[in-house]
Design a protein around this ligand. Structure first.
Ligand SMILES: C[S@@+](CC[C@H](N)C(=O)[O-])C[C@H]1O[C@@H](n2cnc3c(N)ncnc32)[C@H](O)[C@@H]1O
Length: 286
């Protein structure tokens, strides 16, 4: 009997000290990258909202979280960006300072990811929330570097381009466009030959969709004017999808700069250029 008591005491300590011994192995959690859509919960998918519900930890910028307060009640919410993201414009720094800051930020990011991996190992589900669709211009992919693809699931979201085209009531593929180009001013202007795309693409009937373009609107339009006819349609959609704030301005390469002058907004706007804005949406038999 005493032997039995001794044996069970030893067994108890083994179970306590060795993780996983005598207990069911913990199933690792998932790291979800969740696209919230362009304009609050009405534009989020059911899957995005369900994923928020089952997450143990939510990573999110406060501005993005704001319209989703009702879904975040009682949740552990953390903003990872102020510590990890370099707020000062990296491009403005001299090369050596830029390199040093990037290295430091990458080091901090790697340490952060190690913490997230430890949480996943403990079985926690983590949801990193992002605006629009996560696969288009999202800094979240930098944040997630180092995570194994098997532990990641991406929840697609409605992108700003879709909301902008809906506001314009036109298909981006209309006007006999041969392709739709999603770009940003930074990638549209080439590093060595800034006008390469503007010049080359002018050969094709296409739709150009610019993200983060409002700050560069003047440069974009004056560059496009060199290679395209002045009557090429252009539209700017501010706050696409927001019932109170959405604003559509239509024009051409000739007059869009004058038409948008009154609007100060420098971030929440999509610039669309192409015959899709005025041409036929879909032609039977083509
Ligand atoms: C960093 S990108 C993120 C894009 C996002 N992942 C998406 O799929 O829509 C931010 C840019 O997207 C555009 N954007 C995002 N939401 C928007 C909205 N509701 N209305 C207009 N533009 C929007 C703006 O051009 C903004 O500068």
């Amino acid at each position: 009997m005493r032997l039995l008591v001794k044996l069970s005491a030893v067994l108890f300590w083994i179970m306590l000290v060795l993780p996983g011994v005598g207990t069911a192995a913990t199933t690792p959690g998932k790291f979800y990258l969740v696209g919230l859509g362009p304009a609050g919960p009405e534009h989020a998918t059911l899957k995005a909202l369900e994923t928020i519900k089952k997450a143990d930890l939510i990573l999110c910028h406060p501005e993005l979280a704001e319209p989703f307060q009702a879904y975040l009640q009682g949740k552990k919410v953390m903003d990872p960006w102020p510590d990890l993201w370099p707020e000062q414009g990296l491009r403005q720094l001299p090369p050596a300072a830029r390199q040093a800051l990037v290295a430091e930020k990458n080091r901090q990011r790697d340490a952060f990811i190690k913490q997230m991996q430890a949480r996943l190992q403990r079985g926690e589900n983590i949801a990193l929330l992002t605006g629009g669709d996560p696969t288009v211009y999202s800094r979240c992919f930098w944040l997630m570097e180092g995570l194994d693809d098997n532990s990641v699931e991406i929840i697609p979201g409605l992108g700003a381009v879709t909301a902008a085209m809906a506001a314009l009531k036109r298909p981006s593929t209309g006007g006999q466009a041969r392709f739709v180009l999603l770009t940003a001013a930074n990638s549209f202007f080439g590093p060595n030959d800034p006008e390469d795309l503007a010049r080359d693409l002018a050969r094709y009937n296409s739709t150009l969709v610019f993200y983060m373009g409002l700050r560069h609107l003047d440069r974009l339009i004056t560059t496009l004017q060199k290679y395209h006819p002045g009557d090429l349609p252009v539209a700017v959609v501010y706050y696409a999808g927001y019932p109170e704030k959405e604003k559509v301005i239509r024009g051409t390469l000739n007059d869009i700069q004058t038409k948008v002058k009154a609007y100060q907004e420098q971030w929440w706007g999509m610039i669309i250029v192409g015959r899709c804005l005025t041409g036929s949406g879909f032609t039977l038999g083509e």
